[in-house]
Design a protein around this ligand. Structure first.
Ligand code: VOV
Length: 247
C-alpha cells in the first residue's frame, strides 16, 4: 500500500451557491424588501464580528453565468457552527427568495508533501494557511476536483516520493502566481462528492485562466486531475448589497 499523505486540517468550510428568484422578489412590497435586506445585513454583521475576533471568516461574491447568482463561503472551527449558520441564513426573509443551486462542504487542508519543522499546528505559517481570513479580492474562482484512479493513472497507488516530486512541480508553478492568486485548498474526502475544493482569489480575473491553464500542462493536473464545475464571481461588498438586490 502506498503511504497516505498526512493532512493538517483547519477551519471547516461551506460554499453555498444561490440563485435569486427575482420574479417573487420583485412582487414583494418595497418596505418588506428593505426590511429583508436590513435583516440580512444584521446577519452579515454577526459574521463580521466573528471574523474580527479571528474565530472564522467569510466571503460574499456574485456569480457570473447561470449556475448561481451569488455565493457565500463560510469558514468556522466546527461543522456544527457551519450548519447553524446555514440554518440561520435559511430562516432569514431573504432566503425565501433564493434557490439553492450548489453547495460544497470541506475543511481547509495542508498536505505534508512540503514538510514543516516542529509541531505544525504551532507554526505561524501553517496557522495562517489553515485558519485563513479570506481576502477581499475582486474575484473568486471555485471548482471541486479529484485525483484520478483509473488503470495506470492511479494517484493513490503511487509511492510517496513520486507524489511529492509532482506536488513540488505543482507548487513551483503556483509560486509564480504569488501576489496575483491566493489559493485555499479544502479537503472533502468523506464530506462531499469530490476530493478537494479549490478556491482561488485574484484582483485580475484573467489570472485564474492563466494559472489553471498552465497547471493543465503539469503532470499532476495533466495526468491525475479531474475537475467538476467551475464558478467565477465578483466581490459583493456589503455596501453593494442594496444595488445587487435593487429591482
Ligand atoms: C496559487 C497557486 C498555488 C500554489 C502556490 C499551490 C501550492 C501547492 C502546494 C505546495 C501543495 C502541496 C502541499 C499542500 O499544501 O497540500 C498543494 C496542494 C494542492 N494543490 Fe495547489 N497550489 C496552487 C494552486 C492550485 C490550483 C490552481 C489547484 C487546482 C489544480 C488545477 O490543475 O486546476 C491546486 C490543487 C491542489 C490540490 C488538490 C492539492 C492537494 C493535493 C494532494 O494530493 O494532497 N492548487 N498546492
Amino acid at each position: 500500500m502506498a503511504e497516505p499523505a498526512q493532512t493538517l486540517d483547519g477551519w471547516y468550510s461551506l460554499h453555498d451557491f444561490r440563485a435569486m428568484d427575482w420574479t417573487s422578489w420583485k412582487m414583494l412590497p418595497s418596505e418588506e424588501r428593505a426590511a429583508a435586506i436590513a435583516e440580512y445585513r444584521r446577519f452579515l454583521d454577526k459574521l463580521n464580528t466573528t471574523q474580527a475576533a479571528k474565530e472564522g471568516s467569510h466571503a460574499l461574491y456574485t456569480i457570473v453565468g447561470q449556475k448561481a447568482d451569488f455565493m457565500m463561503m463560510i469558514l468556522r472551527p466546527t461543522m456544527e457552527e457551519l450548519n447553524e449558520l446555514e440554518n440561520e441564513f435559511n430562516k432569514l426573509k431573504i432566503a425565501e427568495f433564493t434557490i439553492p443551486t450548489f453547495s460544497y462542504v470541506s475543511v481547509v487542508e495542508l498536505g505534508n508533501y512540503m514538510p514543516t519543522e516542529g509541531d505544525p499546528y504551532e507554526n505561524p505559517y501553517v496557522q495562517e494557511r489553515i485558519y485563513p481570513i479570506l481576502p477581499k479580492a475582486k474575484h473568486v474562482c471555485f471548482y471541486p476536483m479529484d485525483k484520478r484512479r483509473q488503470g495506470n493513472d492511479n494517484w493513490y497507488m503511487l509511492p510517496m516520493e513520486d507524489r511529492r516530486a509532482m506536488m513540488k512541480s505543482h507548487g513551483m508553478i503556483g509560486r509564480q502566481y504569488a501576489g496575483k492568486v491566493k489559493q485555499i485548498i479544502t479537503g472533502s474526502v468523506g464530506f462531499d462528492d469530490y476530493e478537494w475544493g479549490v478556491t482561488l482569489f485574484a484582483d485580475d480575473v484573467l489570472q485564474f485562466k492563466k494559472l489553471v491553464y498552465e497547471m493543465r500542462f503539469d503532470e499532476v493536473s495533466a495526468r491525475y486531475g479531474e475537475f467538476g464545475a467551475f464558478y467565477v464571481g465578483n466581490l459583493l461588498e456589503e455596501d453593494g448589497i442594496e444595488k445587487f438586490l435593487h429591482v
